[in-house]
Design a protein around this ligand. Structure first.
Ligand SMILES: *Cc1c(COP(=O)(O)O)cnc(C)c1O
Length: 481
């Protein structure tokens, strides 16, 4: 493909993408394919000779689209959103064209410099304490990680290394492995599965602590756990608190957890993967109070802030805690300006890094802070609209307070009845949702996901849910409780 053809095909693809996104209501959100469907449509080997563009292009609809789960469909209400916007898509084209690796400042100065400025912008939008920002002139700052999972791993591994180092300062005779075997990290029983996984990767004990009736981890629970574990000779070193849990969008009480962590020399990492975007609205910002106690904080603009995957923003108050934890310094990565700007290779696990701040920059400028606030508020409003439809029907109940763009609801009835209802919904195909379970109560999660979701889609969803409820249960449902 030469430049002339690239100009032509690139424009065709832009048209295809716009048509795809604008007409998604016509496609069922969840694909109707069986495992292995795609291999049957493909030759066994890659083509010997170059093929024609037209042949490839027509295979998008033939081979790929039948197996796509359409996360950007206004009828997709599963998981949490995966952000998507035209400005971010365009910025990624530019990033791909520049195609430079930003691992050190010298390897692509604009990549590092833009990320430093944009993460300060974003941190200010969230009203993060100034010591998390580069502009404070201290040791704080932000970095774009690929995912929240990776941010948690980076925080936990850094905390582990720094904790072991400190223990050895006090007693140099101790073996690393002896300390490691006593380390214990905490999260709530509602934390994302990636937190448990970070514990496995870090080879530390993970304690999942019980949450209160609002699914929040409280200070008294953590305090008891710390005392119990210390009495048993263990070394508490890390807490991952969640703001906006995955099952029900609950908020751990970081104003209670924070001082406890500080007092006990424990690294508090705050995972606000989904809910973090809402903190740009002053009415939601109080939920972030207590972040001043955190050593590290993370949220995903790629979930709810119009920045396409991958873009997970992480801040630390003392960047040396991360950058010094795993420091290797081969000659080919050194440069004469070392130390004046961050070398982001020390802030994450891979070496190579994409120019991801471009898409954040495009989105912040083309939406503006106000446009992004409006976007969040629209989704929260739609969630409340769905909530009131559910509440108005006495066959159903709401199982968790609706705070952001997630509604957790269920039929008043057995878990089995709700499992059957969800199966009927997903088999029907006009909507897509996933379940969750808290303290043995099974429920259905309805998340406002796609950017183009409107009130009309909310009413459509409720109509389909009611129709399938009547079809499957008739009027029997109330007797099942
Ligand atoms: C979605 C989610 C994650 C995982 O996000 P990735 O960026 O895909 O790793 C982690 N924590 C919470 C609370 C989430 O909702």
């Amino acid at each position: 493909m030469d430049a002339t053809e690239f100009r032509k095909r690139g424009k065709e693809m832009i048209d295809y993408v716009a048509d795809y996104l604008e007409n998604l209501r016509e496609r069922k959100p969840f694909p109707d394919v069986v495992p292995g469907y795609l291999r049957q449509m493909m030759p066994d080997e890659a083509p010997e000779n170059p093929e024609k563009w037209e042949e490839l292009f027509s295979d998008i609809e033939r081979v790929i689209m039948p197996g796509v789960t359409h996360w950007q469909s206004p009828h997709f209400h599963a998981y949490y959103p995966a952000a998507n916007s035209y400005p971010a898509i365009i910025a990624d084209i530019l990033s791909d064209a520049i195609g430079a690796m930003g691992f050190t400042w010298a390897s692509n100065p604009a990549c590092t410099e833009l990320e430093v400025v944009i993460l300060d912008w974003l941190g200010k939008m969230l009203d993060l304490p100034p010591n998390f920002l580069f502009s404070s002139g201290g040791t704080g700052g932000g970095v774009i990680q690929s995912t929240a999972s990776e941010a948690t791993v980076v925080a936990m591994l850094s905390a582990r290394t720094m904790f072991i180092r400190k223990m050895k300062e006090d007693n140099p005779e101790q073996e690393d492995t002896a300390i490691l075997s006593k380390l214990v990290a905490y999260c709530s029983d509602q934390a994302h599965s990636s937190v448990e996984r970070a514990g496995q990767i870090s080879m530390v004990k993970m304690q999942k602590l019980e949450t209160d009736e609002k699914s929040a981890l409280r200070g008294s629970t953590l305090s008891e756990a710390i005392e119990r574990d210390q009495a048993n000779g263990l070394l508490p070193f890390f807490v991952c608190a969640t703001l906006g849990t995955t099952p029900s969008c609950a908020f751990d009480n970081i104003r209670e957890l924070g001082p406890l962590c500080e007092k006990n020399g424990i690294w508090m990492h705050v995972d606000a993967a989904y809910a973090g975007s809402a903190f740009i609205c002053p009415e939601f910002r109080p939920l972030l109070n207590g972040v001043e106690y955190a050593v590290s904080f993370n949220f995903n603009p790629h979930k709810w802030m119009n920045v396409n995957f991958d873009c997970s923003a992480m801040w630390v108050k003392d960047s040396h805690l991360i950058s010094d934890a795993f420091d290797v310094d081969p000659l080919y990565l050194r440069h004469e300006n070392q130390g004046k700007m961050p070398d982001y290779r020390h802030w994450h696990i891979p070496l190579g890094r994409r120019f991801r701040s471009l898409k954040l920059w495009f989105v912040l400028r083309l939406f503006g802070q106000k446009g992004l606030q409006d976007y969040i508020r629209k989704d929260v409003q739609l969630a409340h609209e769905f909530e009131s439809l559910v509440r108005a029907d006495d066959r159903f109940e709401i199982v968790a307070e609706v705070i952001m763009g997630l509604v957790c609801f269920r039929l008043k009835g057995s878990n089995k009845a709700n499992e059957n209802l969800l199966k009927a919904i997903n088999d029907d195909g006009r909507l897509h949702m996933v379940p969750s379970k808290i303290k043995e109560v099974y429920f259905i999660r309805f998340a406002i996901c796609a950017a183009r979701t409107s009130a009309r889609d909310i009413h459509f969803a409720w109509k389909v849910i009611k129709e399938l409820t009547e079809l499957n249960f008739g009027t029997k449902i109330n007797q099942q409780s």
